[in-house]
Design a protein around this ligand. Structure first.
Ligand code: DX5
Ligand code: ZN
Length: 215
């Protein structure tokens, strides 16, 4: 499987954000992962569409928006003008995901659905035909630099099996604690997009770090 790496700017130096993004771009990143946090769905705050708008048109990396917010349906209108490749929201943040999936796809944007480590993987199954990506959290969302939770591995395997049995073309992205050793584990389990914050932006050789994750 072709592996893609999506560096998360959560671990970048925000004083030099554009330079950091350009560096990721030149170092072989495939996507730019944008962690939007609201202080309610997760115990932390990051940035919203105003900050991201200022980067729009300045990178050729496709944008991968990860909404860790309550009421995500209120925010699609603000993120759609950025023309991201994906908008991903959390299943735990909505009553029924169908409306929001439709709303995202109507804008010509690929829809992603994410679950936290404690949520059953089977809760995603009714949506698999409608979405483009599943984002499996391998830490409890909220902070960069946390330890990978290996108990998610069997869930990734189960999801990949389900996707294959239905002959679907769906990306499995993983997010949290992805480094050289854990990258191998999630690849084996069936993930094909790796989000990495500290492993990429914390590295002194970003190009080598991204190449190792893809190996
Ligand atoms: C966690 C975020 C992640 C985070 C990953 O809530 O969704 O994208 O930035 O950071 P690392 O790779 O350092 O665990
Ligand atoms: Zn994320």
């Amino acid at each position: 499987m072709v592996m893609k790496v999506a560096p998360s700017i959560l671990s970048a130096d925000f004083g030099n954000l554009l330079a950091e993004i350009k560096k990721a771009e030149k170092s072989g990143a495939d996507l730019l992962h944008l962690d939007v946090m609201d202080g309610h769905f997760v115990p932390n705050l990051t940035f919203g569409p105003v900050v991201l708008q200022s980067l729009s048109g300045k990178t050729r990396l496709p944008l991968d928006v990860h909404l860790m917010v309550n009421n995500p349906e209120k925010f699609i209108v603000f993120f759609a003008p950025l023309k991201p490749l994906y908008i991903t929201f959390h299943l735990e943040a909505v009553k029924n995901a169908d409306d929001l999936i439709r709303q995202i796809k109507e804008q010509g944007i690929k829809a992603g659905l994410s679950i936290k480590p404690a949520t059953a993987v089977s809760s995603l199954f009714e949506y698999l035909e409608k979405i483009d990506l599943v984002l499996m959290m391998t830490v409890n969302p909220g902070f960069a630099g946390q330890a990978f939770m290996p108990e998610v591995l069997p869930k990734i395997k189960e999801l990949r099996k389900e996707i294959e049995s239905r002959k679907l073309n769906l990306d499995i992205e993983v997010d949290g604690g992805i480094k050289d050793n854990t990258a191998n584990l999630v690849k084996e389990a069936g993930a094909n997009i790796l989000v990495a914050g500290s492993a990429v932006f914390g590295s002194s050789d970003m190009k080598a770090a991204i190449a190792r994750l893809k190996e």
